[in-house]
Ligand binder design. Structure first.
Ligand code: ZN
Length: 228
């Protein structure tokens, strides 16, 4: 009886081992002690949504996933997003509120660019004026000025990512040459790997009057890569 049991166990063990070898069943699948690799990013985290990191068991190839929080863009990613060649077709809308001398004025500037056409509409208070720009030199000049003004205030090293508000905040004062002032009140919002919003607040003196202004720039429809 004892011998029979021992033979039986041996056969049984052999059976188990051969089953494992034949059907590639691994011990970890029974014990749950998987040997996870270092994992790879299978879905990149963005400002809109967490990413996914997938780990694979080196023994049985089973996988598990973990959510990955967005921690900010790399320099290369940033420069690929805020790249002048990305801005051929795009819309730029700047909504501002400017106060000085006890007066507050609301204004809105809207630019629409395509390769060979541009349109600009400016509203100050309740007065509006708009015009198409059809001369290619004027279009390129207007586009270039606008892009330069965006690039000037969006240098990678000047910002840090704030996961709480999901925005980038200026680390130190940033020069705004068109207003001849600097401010650290600048935040950037990205969505779907595009810069979609720039908020900036400035306070400066002009002819002895203190001007305080807050603006929100919305960027849309861009992403056409144009070769230099
Ligand atoms: Zn495993």
């Amino acid at each position: 009886m004892k011998k029979f049991l021992s033979v039986f166990l041996t056969i049984c063990l052999l059976c188990v081992i051969s089953t494992m070898l034949v059907s590639c069943i691994h011990i970890c699948e029974f014990s749950g002690n998987h040997v996870w690799d270092e994992g790879v990013i299978t879905k990149k985290a963005t400002q809109d949504a967490d990413g996914v990191k997938t780990f694979t068991c080196t023994e049985c190839k089973q996988t598990k996933t973990e959510a990955v929080e967005f921690t900010g863009y790399t320099l290369d990613e940033w420069n690929a997003i805020i790249n002048s060649y990305m801005f051929e077709n795009f819309q730029y809308t700047e909504v501002s509120k400017t106060s000085g001398n006890g007066i507050t004025i609301s204004s809105e500037t809207n630019y629409k660019f395509t390769k060979n056409y541009a349109y600009v509409k400016v509203t100050i208070g309740n007065q509006s004026s708009s015009r198409p720009i059809s001369n290619i030199t004027d279009i390129n000049t207007a586009r270039r000025e606008l892009i330069n003004s965006i690039i000037e205030i969006t240098h990678y090293g000047s910002f840090e990512y704030d996961p709480e508000t999901k925005t980038y905040k200026a680390k130190s004062p940033i020069e705004i040459s068109s207003l001849n002032t600097s401010t650290s009140k600048i935040t950037l919002k990205f969505s779907e790997d595009k810069l979609t919003e720039i908020f900036y607040g400035v306070a400066f003196k002009q002819n002895g009057v203190t001007i305080v202004s807050e603006s929100t720039i919305t960027l849309s429809d861009y992403g056409t890569v144009v070769l230099p």
